[in-house]
Design a binder for this molecule. Structure first.
Ligand SMILES: [Ca+2]
Length: 347
């Protein structure tokens, strides 16, 4: 046997043995190969997907960028608006601060004046301060609110008053004012006795205070203003009120003035009436009809504590703030002030 054939036979044997040991080798392809080819297929699909995803992400990014830009734009607008608002607020705040500081300055000046007035009173009790005319004599020449000290002679407690230091030489203690029209003067006996309202606005000083302040010989001045701005006055010497026991009866001396007819004369020597105390000279209840507290006769020739009617509605009712001698019974005045000062006052 030649060597070449022997060698071929040997290889064949080895192959047969091998096949006997691994018979499945011929039937099934190796697992590894399958895995690899699947992976290759998948890799191709995956790459496409990744590409697509990448594209999508790129698109999304671009959109996000645009959105961001847009948002930034909006945000800038919002910030600008906020800044503008802040600026306006700051301007308003500074204006408010200005006004407040001016107001507080005025208030403190007023406070100092009041303090000075009160101090003057305590320091110089030998020469008593009774009212605004006393204050004027002590060189207080600015109109405003002052504090009068308690006084033994008048039997009066400490009292806040408004002093008119300008009209006809000044020295006037204001006992009544109507000019704002926001508070009612249709009050009861106790309120008219003690006083009510705002000393810088509309108020009644109080019958008890007026009675005490008019214990000294006193002048009464009544100032009236119509809705066209015309001003008239009525002035009386020997003005006094009786005490509460005598129902704060009104007494007036001679009239001087510019109000046409003297429309307070009719109320002279008449007791004070309120909605809960009818002291008038009438069967009717005048305080109820005229809606105020006053020296009602039967009932009125003037009604200075009547209802405040505004322009346009001031000529319709009988219960307004009237002075018959100037405008009759249905014209309600725009402003009234009643003020008193010592008869011996010299400006
Ligand atoms: Ca009556």
């Amino acid at each position: 046997m030649p060597a070449k054939v022997t060698a071929q036979l040997a290889w064949l044997c080895i192959l047969t043995v091998f096949l006997a040991i691994y018979p499945a080798w011929l039937q099934k392809p190796p697992k590894r190969r399958t895995v690899n080819s699947n992976a290759q297929v998948k890799m191709t699909g995956c790459c496409n997907e990744v590409k697509e995803l990448k594209l999508q992400i790129a698109n999304m990014s671009a959109m996000m960028g645009e959105l961001n830009k847009k948002q930034e734009g909006d945000w800038v607008n919002v910030v600008m608006q906020a800044m503008k608002l802040e600026e306006i607020t700051k301007r308003l705040e500074s204006r408010l601060t200005d006004v407040e500081s001016k107001y507080s300055e005025m208030n403190s000046q007023m406070g100092i004046m009041q303090l000075q007035a009160a101090q003057t009173v305590t320091q110089t009790s030998a020469d008593a301060v009774y009212d605004c005319s006393s204050l004027y004599q002590r060189n207080y020449r600015i109109s405003g609110v002052y504090k009068l000290p308690p006084d033994e002679f008048l039997g009066s407690p400490e009292l806040e008053v408004y002093c008119d230091m300008e009209t006809d030489g000044g020295g006037w203690t204001v006992i009544q004012r109507r000019k704002v029209g926001l508070i009612s003067f249709n009050r009861d006996w106790k309120q008219y006795k003690e006083g009510f309202g705002n000393i810088r606005g509309d108020f009644w000083l109080g019958n008890e205070h007026i009675y005490r302040l008019s214990k000294r010989p006193t002048v009464l001045r009544v100032e009236l203003e119509d809705w066209e701005g015309n001003i008239r006055y009525a002035q009386y010497n020997h003005f006094t009120l009786s005490n509460e026991y005598n129902s704060y009866r009104l007494f007036l001396g001679n009239y001087t003035g510019t109000t046409g007819r003297d429309s307070l004369r009719y109320h002279n020597n008449t007791a004070f009436s309120t909605k809960d105390k009818d002291n008038d000279k009438c069967v009717d209840d005048c305080a109820k009809f005229r809606k105020g507290g006053y020296w009602y006769n039967c009932c009125t020739d003037s009604n200075l504590n009547g209802v405040y009617y505004r322009k346009g509605e001031h000529t319709k009712n009988m219960d307004g703030i009237t002075w018959y001698g100037w405008y009759g019974s249905t014209y309600s005045l725009k402003r009234v002030e009643m003020k008193i000062r010592a008869e011996d006052f010299k400006p």
